[in-house]
Design a protein around this ligand. Structure first.
Ligand code: CA
Length: 224
């Protein structure tokens, strides 16, 4: 399920957008000020962020600037009607798109779909993720360790890809389970531990590296 963060201090708008997003099948979370929004955006994996410009604590453009120093999560800015400067500086600061308030929800949803699609199919360049000598080619569905190919099952591959895409973030078992096995997965809740064990057998043990870190009581991370 795709996760969207709504950073908006006007509770009514935030709540309305949240309900619409949930209705469309997204998982939505809210933050009411810029600082909380930035913290969430940096510490949790989101597929997209809706970012109001006029925010208490830290304004939207500042949030965006600081976010872009660390992450490329797609951002749609919510700007005031006549704030041409906001749009320009927003796009300069790395926003993917903007929607002018007051917006029609259908327009916002359409922009969200476009931004998510762009994210899913990054132009033509192939995406290669690396950590500890492990290289994962997203498009070719290949993993190599120090140049040597490693055979992984689909789920092992998805788990590794997800951890590598969110390098240095600790991901909970529940989150990983949803990502790897699907939202309505019913089965052993320790499935993720099992896949991590397989990955460790195939990669860590064989090549003598420490790729996946267990964060006790929380989940797993690839740290570098
Ligand atoms: Ca506002």
């Amino acid at each position: 399920m795709q996760r969207i963060l709504i950073v908006e201090d006007e509770e009514k708008i935030a709540r309305f957008v949240e309900l619409e997003l949930q209705h469309e099948g997204y998982s939505a979370e809210k933050a009411q000020d810029g600082r909380t929004g930035l913290d969430k955006a940096l510490s949790e994996p989101f597929d997209l962020i809706l970012l109001d410009v006029m925010l208490p604590q830290l304004n939207g453009l500042e949030v965006l600037r600081r976010l872009r120093q660390k992450k490329a999560t797609p951002v749609i800015l919510l700007t005031a009607r006549d704030a041409v400067m906001d749009k320009v500086s927003g796009l300069d600061a790395g926003a993917d798109d903007y929607v002018t308030k007051p917006f029609a929800i259908e327009e916002l949803l359409a922009r969200i779909r476009v931004a998510l699609k762009k994210k899913a199919a990054p132009a033509t360049e192939t995406e290669k993720l690396t950590a500890h000598g492990v290289e994962l080619d997203v498009d070719r569905h290949e993993v190599t360790v120090h140049g040597e190919p490693v055979e992984l099952t689909n789920r092992e591959f998805s788990l590794l890809r997800h951890l590598m895409q969110n390098k240095n973030l600790v991901l909970s078992r529940e989150h990983l389970l949803q990502e790897i096995c699907g939202y309505d997965y019913v089965g052993e809740t320790n499935a993720i531990d099992v896949y991590v064990r397989y990955l460790r057998t195939k990669i860590d043990d064989r090549y003598g590296i420490k790729l996946i870190t267990t964060v006790r009581g929380v989940g797993y991370a690839i740290k570098e």
